[in-house]
Structures are given as structure tokens and as C-alpha cells.
Design a protein around this ligand. Structure first.
Ligand code: SF4
Length: 101
């Protein structure tokens, strides 16, 4: 039988998993590999200033750190909604970039 206290604990745990997309204790995200097919299709690069891909809007200031899909994990890396099982560099970029609102 589930009492009220247990129900609240279950709800809190479920909310945490929903917010993070992962259960606590899961392995940290690995960097998005350069040979990932979706990364290739979207022309992802880890350092857009040093290595801008074809089609990158020069002078736009776009990079992952100011993309709507980016959520910072630390000073260098963040998660990306387009690549949910990897982390991307804040200095990176891909053709899926969207301006933050
Ligand atoms: S969608 Fe945004 S955060 Fe994700 S890789 Fe592309 S530019 Fe970076």
C-alpha cells in the first residue's frame, strides 16, 4: 500500500527524472562525436570561431552557448535538445541553432 509520504517521495523522484531526462546516478553525458550522423548532417563543430563550417553566418555571434536548445552543464559544456544523449561545447555550433527568446 502506498501511504501519503511514500506517494510524495515517488512524485518527487518522478519529477526529477522528468526534468533531467535521466535517473539520478546516470553516467555523465559524453561529448557529441564528430562522426555522429546527425552532427554531420547539421554541420556541428566544437569550436565555431576556430572552425566555422560552410553555411555558418559569419559575424553573427552564434554559438551553442546562446542557442535556445542549450542548457549549460559547466563553463565549457552543455546539453542540447537536439542531441539529448550527448553534451555539446558552448563554443560549438550547428545548423539547428535557434535564437534564445
Ligand atoms: S542546436 Fe544549438 S546547442 Fe545544439 S548543437 Fe546546435 S547550436 Fe549547439
Amino acid at each position: 500500500m502506498v501511504n501519503r509520504r511514500h506517494f510524495v517521495q515517488l512524485g518527487t523522484a518522478a519529477a526529477a527524472v522528468t526534468l533531467t531526462g535521466r535517473a539520478g546516478g546516470a553516467a555523465p553525458l559524453e561529448p557529441l562525436p564528430a562522426d555522429n550522423p546527425q552532427a554531420i548532417a547539421l554541420k556541428y563543430v566544437e569550436d565555431v570561431a576556430a572552425n566555422p563550417p560552410d553555411g555558418f553566418p559569419a559575424g553573427s555571434g552564434q554559438d551553442c552557448s546562446n542557442c535556445l536548445h542549450y542548457k549549460s552543464l559547466d563553463d565549457t559544456w552543455g546539453s542540447c535538445a537536439l542531441f539529448p544523449t550527448f553534451k555539446v561545447r558552448g563554443a560549438g555550433w550547428c545548423a539547428g541553432w535557434v535564437k534564445q527568446s
